[in-house]
Design a protein around this ligand. Structure first.
Ligand SMILES: NC(=O)C1=CN([C@@H]2O[C@H](COP(=O)(O)OP(=O)(O)OC[C@H]3O[C@@H](n4cnc5c(N)ncnc54)[C@H](O)[C@@H]3O)[C@@H](O)[C@H]2O)[C@H](O)CC1
Ligand code: K
Length: 517
C-alpha cells in the first residue's frame, strides 16, 4: 500500500480531475459518503438513548476537507440523523466545491451555525465529524479554529476525522497544538504518511482507508516511493510469506552462513541474542566471533553456532589487531553482522574501516559499529572510505541516528522518514531507523514504514535480535532492501506474538522475540 505526502496526493487528485476528467464534485461526493458510512458503522455499535435519532456535529473548514464534511452531513441527515454544521469560519468565505456544498446544505435546510467560542452544548451530541483541515493545512490551526479544536477534544465525544485529524502534519506525523484527537480517521484514497508516523498515529486513532473513485492510472502518474510495510506488501512486493518456505530437498548450505561479530566482556548477551535470532530466522550456519578470552565461558551457550575467538590479549575486549582475522573469517560467508555489544576501543574506527573493505559479503552494522561510523562521518574520514563490494545495512535507533546525522534526537524524530531517506541517499546505505513505526529506506529512494511491533519491545537486546534476523535473511540470499524490510516486519510480528502471550507487555524479554520467530 502506498503512503503519500500531501503534495503527492494533490498531484494525484489533480491528475484525476484535470487529465482524466473526473469532476471534483464527484470525488467530494464519494469522500463525504464514505465518511458517513464510517459514522454509521460506529454509531450502530452504540444505539442512541431511547431510540432517538443519533445526533452528530460536523465541524467544517473552508477548503475541500470542509466540503467533504458538508457532503457527509447531507448523507447523515438522509439516513435519519440529527445533524448540525458548525462553520469554523464565516460560511461566505468558503471557496470552490466547498462553497457549492455550502449552498446545497443551505437549500436542503441543514441546521448550521458559525462557530462562536463557548456556544456549543457538546453534551447534546453523540459524535463529531472533523472536517476542519485536510491536506491543505499550513502550520498550526489558527484562531478561532484552534479554540474549536480544543473544545471538541475536551467534549470527550467520539471524533471521526476526515482524511487527517485537523492540526496534523500529513507529511511527518508532527502534531500541532491543538490537534484533533480522533477515534477514527477516514483516509481518503490513500493513507498519508503522518497517519502512521508518531505522534500523528496517536492523534489519528484507528485509520480506515476508503476509495473515492480516483483511478489507479492517476496514482501511477505519480512516482510514489513510500510504502506501508504490512503482510500484503511482503507478499506483493517481495514474494514472501511468513513463516519462510523451505524446499523439501535442501541442506544447511542452501540457507547460507552468517558471521556475527558481536559481544565483549560484560556484553556477551548482545552477541548471544543476535546469534540465536540469526539461527531462528533460518540461516543454515552461524559463526559467532567474540574476543578470545570469552570463548571458553560461552562454549555450549548456543550449541548450534560455531564460536570463533579473535585475538584479544586475554582481556575479553576487542582490539584493532583482530580486523584481519575477522575479515578472513568472513570469507565464504553470505552475510556479516557487526556491532551488538562490541564496546569501543582506541582505533576502533580503523578496525571497522578494515572490515568495510575486507568483507566481501553484505554487511549489517548495528550499535557500537554505528557509533564508529558516526565518528568517521564527523571527522570527514567516512567520505573517503568509498563504496563497499556488497550492500550495507545500518540499523540505528534514534540516538545512533542522531549521531550519524549530526543532529539532535528531537530533529530525527520530527521527520523520521526524511532522516532515514536522507542518510540512505547520502551514503548509499540501506537504513533501518528503529523505534515505533520503524522506517526502512534504501539508496534508490524507496522507503517502508512498518506496522508491526509494540512498546513491550522497547527492551534491552531487542535491537540485537533484529540485527541477527536481518543478517540471517541476507545469508539466505535476500537482497538488502528485502532483508531489511522483511526482517523489520518479522521482528515486530514476533514481538506482537510474544506480547499476546503475556498479561503485561512490560515483561517482554528480547529472548521471547527470538522464541516467537
Ligand atoms: N484525496 C483526494 O483526492 C480528495 C480530497 N479531498 C479533500 O480535500 C482536502 C484538501 O483540501 P484543500 O482545499 O486543499 O485544503 P484543506 O481543506 O485542508 O484546507 C485548506 C483551507 O484551510 C485554510 N488553512 C490552512 N491551514 C490553516 C491553519 N493552520 N489554520 C486555519 N486555516 C488554515 C486555508 O486557508 C485553506 O483555505 C483533503 O484533505 C480531502 O479531505 C476532496 O474533497 C476530494 C478529493
Ligand atoms: K480533518
Amino acid at each position: 500500500m502506498y503512503l503519500v505526502t500531501a503534495e503527492e496526493m494533490r498531484r494525484i487528485d489533480r491528475y484525476a480531475i484535470e487529465t482524466i476528467g473526473i469532476p471534483a464534485m464527484a470525488l467530494m461526493e464519494n469522500a463525504g459518503r464514505a465518511v458517513a458510512d464510517e459514522v454509521e458503522k460506529r454509531q450502530a455499535k452504540t444505539a442512541a438513548p431511547g431510540g432517538r435519532p443519533p445526533r452528530w456535529l460536523v465541524l467544517a473548514g473552508k477548503g475541500n476537507n470542509g466540503g467533504d464534511g458538508l457532503v457527509c452531513a447531507r448523507h447523515l441527515a438522509d439516513r435519519g440523523y440529527e445533524v448540525r454544521i458548525v462553520y469554523a469560519v464565516p460560511p461566505d468565505t468558503l471557496t470552490g466545491e466547498a462553497a457549492l456544498q455550502r449552498d446545497i446544505a443551505l437549500r436542503i435546510g441543514l441546521a448550521q451555525e458559525a462557530y462562536s467560542p463557548g456556544a456549543i452544548d457538546w453534551e447534546r451530541w453523540d459524535g463529531i465529524v472533523d472536517a476542519l483541515l485536510g491536506t491543505g493545512t499550513s502550520g498550526a490551526p489558527r484562531e478561532p479554529m484552534a479554540s474549536l479544536i480544543r473544545e471538541a477534544n475536551g467534549s470527550k465525544r467520539p471524533i471521526v476525522a476526515i482524511d487527517v485529524p485537523s492540526g496534523l502534519d500529513s507529511d511527518t506525523g508532527a502534531v500541532a497544538e491543538p490537534c484533533i484527537r480522533a477515534s477514527v480517521t477516514v483516509a481518503l484514497a490513500l493513507p498519508k504518511i503522518g497517519l502512521l508516523a508518531y505522534p500523528g498515529a496517536d492523534a489519528a486513532g484507528e485509520v480506515v482507508v476508503r476509495a473515492i473513485g480516483i483511478p489507479e492510472a492517476a496514482v501511477r502518474s505519480e512516482n510514489v516511493r513510500t510504502f506501508v510495510l504490512a503482510k500484503a506488501s511482503l507478499r506483493d512486493r517481495f514474494d514472501v510469506t511468513l513463516p519462510l518456505a523451505r524446499k523439501a530437498n535442501s541442506h544447511k548450505g542452501t540457507y547460507g552462513h552468517a558471521l556475527i561479530v558481536a559481544g565483549s566482556r560484560g556484553m556477551s548477551g548482545a552477541g548471544l541474542l543476535c546469534t540465536r535470532a540469526a539461527l531462528r530466522a533460518g540461516c543454515g550456519l552461524v559463526t559467532w566471533a567474540v574476543p578470545e578470552a570469552m570463548a571458553a565461558s560461552l562454549t555450549g551457550s548456543v550449541p548450534e553456532a560455531m564460536l570463533f575467538g579473535a585475538a584479544d590479549a586475554g582481556l575479553g575486549e576487542w582490539r584493532g589487531t583482530s580486523a584481519g582475522e575477522v575479515a578472513a573469517k568472513a570469507a565464504g560467508k553470505q552475510a556479516v553482522v557487526a556491532g551488538p555489544g562490541l564496546g569501543r576501543w582506541p582505533g576502533d574506527t580503523q578496525w571497522l574501516h578494515k572490515l568495510w573493505h575486507g568483507v566481501d559479503a553484505p554487511l549489517v552494522l548495528d550499535a557500537d559499529a554505528l557509533n564508529m561510523v558516526a565518528e568517521a562521518i564527523a571527522s570527514g574520514e567516512f567520505a573517503v572510505w568509498g563504496p563497499r563490494k556488497a550492500e550495507t545495512i545500518v540499523t540505528p535507533h534514534p540516538g545512533e541516528m542522531a549521531r550519524l546525522c549530526g543532529e539532535s534526537v528531537a530533529e530525527i524524530e520530527r521527520d523520521r522518514l526524511g532522516a532515514a531517506r536522507g542518510l540512505a541517499a547520502r551514503y548509499g546505505l540501506h537504513v533501518v531507523l528503529k523505534g515505533a513505526r520503524t522506517v526502512v529506506a534504501s539508496p534508490n529512494g524507496t522507503a517502508w514504514v512498518n506496522t508491526t511491533g509494540n512498546a513491550g519491545m522497547a527492551t534491552g537486546g531487542a535491537g540485537d535480535v533484529l540485527a541477527g534476523i536481518v543478517g540471517s535473511l541476507l545469508a539466505q540470499g535476500f537482497e538488502a532492501e528485502k532483508a531489511a524490510a522483511v526482517g523489520v516486519y518479522w521482528h515486530g510480528a514476533a514481538g506482537d506474538l510474544a506480547a499476546a502471550g503475556r498479561s503485561s507487555i512490560g515483561s517482554l524479554l528480547a529472548g521471547d522475540i527470538v522464541e516467537a520467530l
